[in-house]
Design a protein around this ligand. Structure first.
Ligand code: SAM
Length: 416
């Protein structure tokens, strides 16, 4: 039986973007709610004893930070911009609380007072973003657009996070020319060029392994990216340095992100960088390697699993003391590197993990910079380093994914 709607007060925002409320002492994560609001909630998942999930049916008392939904695709149900119904300042305040709470609760870290989530150059939406976005192709190839939350249905509205040029380019595609289960990667690069490429969508959308095999037999999604517009590679710049990368390869989504993160890391590391050996772990094409080289590093070792990113780094850093290692970051990989003076970590959402953090702290670099896009994993890693004797010297958080619940945090850890 569907539970009756419940009225409740929302006290905070959880990592993941849902409002946090309590019903009879039980935590309820409420999608579509902002801190400070009173809402009528439809419970959608009451299967656990500790917490439930629900979504807003009606806002009874709105937060002063509530706005009309600023992303047309999100307003139509797409999962792209999940917090496009809040003011920039209000959402940033909530994200700062999420980062600080994670550090305190999970990392057991004393967080400096007044942590703010800083804005990025280029504004909150559309205009002048360098963005890499994925749009899905409907199973019956009738539509191209963004997937709705919790379903594979497609919403063919513009997403506010995309540059107008990207939205316009996506609008020129005829989904009937694409393959069912595909996704389109859209990139607006630093030459102002727009690139679109068709790639295979995630297995859940394609129907799992069996579905993928069946569709491949019926000319399913392409195995390698298929260029639809522009070229196979995109060009990105940080300072005077240029990278050329396949369109589907990783690059920071926000136009300002690579520059801002590299500048912050470079400033933080200046004290130790001269002639230092630097590990740039999860280093991709070497954005942080560039910051270290600029500060006079003696040698930089980039470790990453992606061949394309490392090939691009070798071209960009030709003639510089930058070495690439195609491997998963692990105790075994790190054992083969020369001892570091500095370590930079920019892992995927899962973070670094205790085992690798222990290897890094045991190598006793003077400074560690951690860049994390998942507050919980970031907090766990920072807490682990502090438990091994490091001190949190600097902490920053950036609104690198405006209109969404995502946030990027950076920490400098030093050996006292
Ligand atoms: C958040 S990106 C950062 C890339 C780079 N620092 C940048 O700013 O462009 C994370 C990187 O980790 C890499 N990666 C993911 N899992 C990995 C693993 N287990 N070992 C090494 N690299 C990994 C990905 O290929 C990706 O390049």
């Amino acid at each position: 039986m569907v539970p009756a709607p419940v009225r409740c007060d929302v006290t905070g925002l959880a990592h993941g973007g849902a409002g946090v409320a309590r019903i009879d002492g039980r935590v309820v994560f409420v999608a579509g709610a902002l801190p400070g609001e009173t809402v009528l909630v439809q419970i959608t998942d009451d299967s656990r004893a500790a917490w439930w999930r629900g979504h807003v049916l009606e806002v009874v008392v709105p937060s002063p930070d509530r706005t009309p939904v600023s992303c047309p695709a999100a307003a139509a149900g797409a999962g792209c911009c999940d917090l496009a119904f809040g003011t920039t300042d209000g959402i940033r305040r909530a994200k700062a609380t999420i980062v600080a709470d994670a550090l305190t609760r999970i990392g057991r870290v004393e967080v400096p007072a007044g942590l703010v989530v800083e804005g990025m150059p280029g504004g909150e939406s559309g205009h002048r973003w360098r963005i890499r976005a994925r749009a899905g192709v409907a199973a019956d190839r009738s539509a191209l657009g963004f997937r709705t939350i919790h379903s594979n249905a497609i919403v063919a509205h513009r997403c506010a996070a995309l540059t107008p040029a990207l939205s316009d380019a996506l609008g020129t595609l005829d989904p009937a020319d694409l393959r069912a289960g595909s996704e389109v990667i859209a990139v607006h690069d630093d030459d102002d060029a727009v690139h679109l490429a068709e790639v295979a969508g995630p297995p859940s959308v394609r129907g799992g392994r069996a579905g993928a095999q069946r569709r491949r037999a019926q000319s399913g999604p392409p195995r390698a990216p298929r260029v639809l517009l522009g070229g196979p590679t995109a060009r990105y710049r940080v300072g005077d340095r240029t990278w050329e990368l396949p369109v589907a390869a990783f690059w920071q989504a926000h136009r300002g992100a690579a520059e801002v993160f590299a500048r912050t890391a470079g400033r933080w590391l200046a004290e130790w960088a001269l002639d230092a050996t630097v590990w740039d772990l999860y280093g991709g094409s070497g954005v942080f390697a560039g910051a270290a080289i600029e500060r006079g590093a003696g040698a930089v070792h980039i470790v990453d699993t992606e061949a394309d990113a490392l090939a691009s780094a070798r071209t960009t850093f030709h003639g510089s003391p930058v070495h690439t290692h195609r491997a998963a970051v692990s105790a075994a990989t790190l054992a083969n590197l020369p001892a570091p003076g500095i370590v930079v970590l920019d892992p995927p959402r899962s973070g670094v993990g205790n085992a690798v953090m222990d290897v890094i702290t045991a190598a006793e670099p003077a400074a560690i910079v951690h860049v994390g896009c998942d507050p919980a994993a970031f907090a766990r890693d920072i807490g682990r380093a502090i438990a091994s004797g490091y001190r949190l010297d600097r902490l920053k958080a950036y609104d690198a994914f405006p209109l969404t619940h995502h946030v990027e945090a950076m920490a400098l850890l030093v050996r006292p």
